[in-house]
Design a protein around this ligand. Structure first.
Ligand SMILES: Cc1cc2nc3c(=O)[nH]c(=O)nc-3n(C[C@H](O)[C@H](O)[C@H](O)COP(=O)(O)O)c2cc1C
Length: 185
């Protein structure tokens, strides 16, 4: 059973993109897969000082985070859009790891309160993940006007529409997982 880690990356007070992370966690489980919700706000990560593999005395939360990424067959970044880009919390975890990202199937869920569904954050993250050699699925999940679309428990206002979009998003990510599995065997 594929294990998919969902990275909820907003550490902002009153954040709304976490709603999308909750929706994805539920959708992944309902589709019969394993979901591991990694909440960067809960982990309260230190700011990047060096890549983990070069740190002499890494914070336990950092080590545990790396292990969860390693254990995942795929990782979904749920990223808000801040000032036409990604928040520092996202870059903080991408830069931390190296080998863990290499050829890791990754999906991007970009979230905004604006009408364009975090498209600019998506493009910025895509470039960074490409550079670190992650294997990014080519079907993103864009969520515009997030508070209109999902309640605080991550329940969509239009369940049928979001079920269809989420299925397309997960299907392509799982295709990448299967491709990696076959290449490894
Ligand atoms: C510092 C900051 C900058 C933002 N810049 C944008 C932006 O460029 N485009 C946009 O659509 N929304 C922008 N937003 C709104 C966020 O997309 C919105 O807060 C959304 O809920 C996702 O972020 P959150 O999970 O932190 O709530 C910004 C929010 C903050 C806090």
């Amino acid at each position: 059973m594929p294990r998919i880690a969902i990275l909820s990356t907003s550490v902002r007070t009153g954040r709304a993109s976490h709603r999308v992370a909750l929706h994805l966690e539920r959708s992944i489980r309902e589709a019969g897969h394993e979901a591991d919700l990694i909440d960067l706000d809960e982990l309260a990560f230190p700011l990047f000082s060096e890549r983990l593999k070069f740190q002499e005395d890494p914070a336990p939360a950092t080590v545990a985070f790396a292990e969860r990424v390693r254990q995942a067959d795929a990782v979904v970044f749920v990223t808000p859009e801040y000032n036409g880009s990604i928040p520092a919390s996202v870059k903080n975890v991408v830069d931390l790891l190296v080998d863990e990202w290499r050829r890791k199937p990754v999906g991007i869920a970009a979230v905004s309160s604006g009408a364009f569904g975090g498209t600019q954050a998506l493009m910025v993250l895509l470039t960074t993940l490409w550079k670190i050699k992650a294997w990014v699925s080519n079907t993103p999940l864009n969520v515009p006007k997030v508070k209109d679309q999902f309640n605080e428990e991550g329940v969509p206002a239009d369940p049928d529409a979001w079920a269809k979009r989420t299925k397309g998003f997960l299907d392509d990510l799982l295709w990448c997982v299967e491709a990696v599995r076959r290449m490894a065997s």
